[in-house]
Ligand binder design. Sequence first.
Ligand code: ZN
Length: 174
Amino acid sequence: MARLVAYTVMMLALLGLLLSLGAYVFEFAGIYSPPQNRPPLLFFGIFIVWFPTIFLMNKLTEDFKQKDMWKAALRGCPPWMRKSMWAVVGVVSALAYLPVVLKVQRPYPDVFVLFPGCFYAASFCITYSVINAWKYDSTRRCLNGHAISPLAKFCDECGAPAAPGVKNVGVRSN
Ligand SMILES: [Zn+2]
């Protein structure tokens, strides 16, 4: 059931992300300009994907500490996906705040069109992680081959460090 919800939300999030980016690019290129009082459909869409996303994320991270929440939530994603997600969030935030910081007029098209894109991107990554985390969780082992918990750096049983692997989340000790 959770997987079915995750798949559905992932597809909707992907659609939302593409529409957000598409709307921005089209407006930027001047190909399409929406009516001034358009209903912010992409904003309403956030609620549709975000509630189930939060629910799934809570389930996925319930065994973890608050500070590890995002690492835990995104542990089923490949590293490039996690990096891309933070890059999207970072770039959109920067684009949104830059005019404020530089005290210039808001550029057209409004960067706020892209804000839903952040939610859709996060939602997509989290649901992807929900679907794939089990692979990662079941394959983590210490150097001596004991199964260890998803974010553990050291084995509870023998104290050996986690075996390096492509699925490692990359928790650093510093
Ligand atoms: Zn061990």
